[in-house]
Ligand binder design. Structure first.
Ligand SMILES: CC(C)(COP(=O)(O)OP(=O)(O)OC[C@H]1O[C@@H](n2cnc3c(N)ncnc32)[C@H](O)[C@@H]1OP(=O)(O)O)[C@@H](O)C(=O)NCCC(=O)NCCS
Length: 390
């Protein structure tokens, strides 16, 4: 396989896009990434774009072809990939493979979504379509409901009283809002207090408003090429050294919601390809769609023993200066979660962390970073490891 490097990244501000369509958001993020790479749209040989609900939110199909035309890509193969919240990471994984295999030299990976055009009740129903059509979706389960079950299962399995687990979940929310307050592209740029967290609206017991990611619009993009070409384009070397992806069936096929099995399989593939272990990772952007999901992810990715992720928060191990800084961007909780764009935005953050240009939210000395996205009912997971240096 050929070595693959990142030469440009771009991202819109996340939040509510009143006037720009998802294609226009895509165009904004993509042109930032292409300009940063010192290339031109005509140099791009293929496009992979992550998008989960564009067809229903804005009534657009054949989205990848329209996206390619939006930025003047030269009749390239344009492919939309859908793995719910993992769609963007899956787009990068596929771009990586085309370059690594020698099928193309310069590939654009992107993600876009405009969710806020759909009112919350309908957006909730739309996301519910990620559950198994025959056996689960009809029960009326929602995504907050699904992760509420994860919290109950975690509390029960590890014998942590729910009020105590809520304190740890509050720590996740406060940390990510604090990090997001330093991110000019984040949807929420405000710190929150314990009192605000505890008094926020109950959404699905025990999840309150400040346990949930918001509904968001936005886009992110990344230009990938061979290390050989990258050396001529940038003096800020960032390579992709490991990728992994795995899937599960619906909830009824999974025994333990506190340990999504697809994540463990996916991230082990990425570690193996990179020849690295969790101890080598300096910074991680992971899937905190709900606060309990962050705790569970820190365990599944191998940073803490199972059942110990909650206690690590108490010791500040996931804070900016902790053993493994988690979600310096503010994560999905504070930065926002435009579903198809999320994985690429995680890559945007990690690439810039490795370049050392994140300013107030820079993790000191970050050289190796991991991204993690979890889609649907814990059914689609993808992970990427980025590393500084040629
Ligand atoms: C939590 C949730 C139900 C709230 O939706 P809502 O009740 O319609 O909230 P609104 O959009 O009316 O916003 C009301 C206020 O709360 C704020 N808000 C909305 N969601 C928020 C969140 N998750 N965290 C913090 N504040 C939030 C809004 O900014 C708004 O503030 P303002 O009044 O100062 O402008 C919604 O954000 C949600 O469904 N989140 C989860 C999305 C999801 O499941 N994604 C997939 C994950 S895998």
């Amino acid at each position: 396989m050929r070595e693959v490097a990142v030469v440009g990244v771009g991202m819109t501000k996340f939040g509510r896009s009143e006037f720009k369509s998802q294609l226009e958001l895509f165009g904004e993020a993509t042109m930032d990434a292409i300009n940063e790479s010192q290339l031109k749209p005509k140099d791009i040989q293929a496009l992979f774009v992550g998008n989960a609900n564009g067809d229903i939110n804005e009534g657009i199909t054949v989205l990848a072809s329209h996206a390619a035309a939006e930025v003047g890509l030269n009749h390239v193969p344009a492919i939309k990939l859908e793995g719910a919240c993992s769609s963007g990471t899956v787009a990068i994984v596929n771009a990586f493979m085309w370059i690594a295999a020698g099928y193309a030299d310069i590939v654009l990976a992107a993600g876009c979504e405009r969710n806020t055009v759909t009112p919350t009740p309908d957006a909730t129903r739309l996301m519910n379509s990620g559950n198994h059509h025959r056996y689960e979706a009809g029960t009326g389960i929602t995504f907050p409901g699904l992760f509420a079950m994860m919290a109950h299962m975690y509390a029960h399995k590890y014998n942590i009283p729910l009020p105590q687990l809520k304190e740890y979940m509050c720590m996740v929310s406060m940390k990510n809002h604090k990090n997001g307050a330093k991110n000019p592209k984040a949807q929420f740029q405000k710190e929150i207090t314990r009192e605000q967290y505890m008094s926020s609206a109950m959404i699905a017991t025990p999840l309150q408003m400040f346990d949930c990611c918001p509904i968001s619009d936005g886009a992110a993009a990344m230009v990938l090429t061979t290390t050989e070409i990258a050396k001529k384009l940038t003096d800020k070397p960032v390579k992709i050294v490991g990728v992994g992806q795995a899937s599960s069936g619906g909830l009824s096929t999974q025994k333990d919601y506190s340990r999504p099995i697809a994540r463990e399989i996916s991230v082990q593939k990425a570690y193996k390809m990179a020849g690295l272990t969790p101890k080598d990772i300096d910074v991680v952007e992971l899937h905190d769609c709900f606060t309990i999901a962050e705790i569970v992810a820190t365990e599944g990715l191998g940073f803490f023993d199972f059942g110990k992720g909650a206690y690590a928060l108490e010791k500040g191990e996931t804070q900016m200066t902790g053993r493994i800084p988690v979600n310096p961007s503010g994560g999905l909780k504070s930065k926002g979660h435009p579903v198809g764009a999320t994985g690429v935005a995680q890559g945007y953050e990690i690439v810039n962390q490795i370049r050392g240009i994140c300013g107030a939210r820079q993790v000191d000395g970050a050289k190796i970073g991991l991204t993690d996205t979890l889609g649907g009912p814990f059914a689609s997971v993808a992970n990427i490891i980025y590393q500084r240096g040629w």
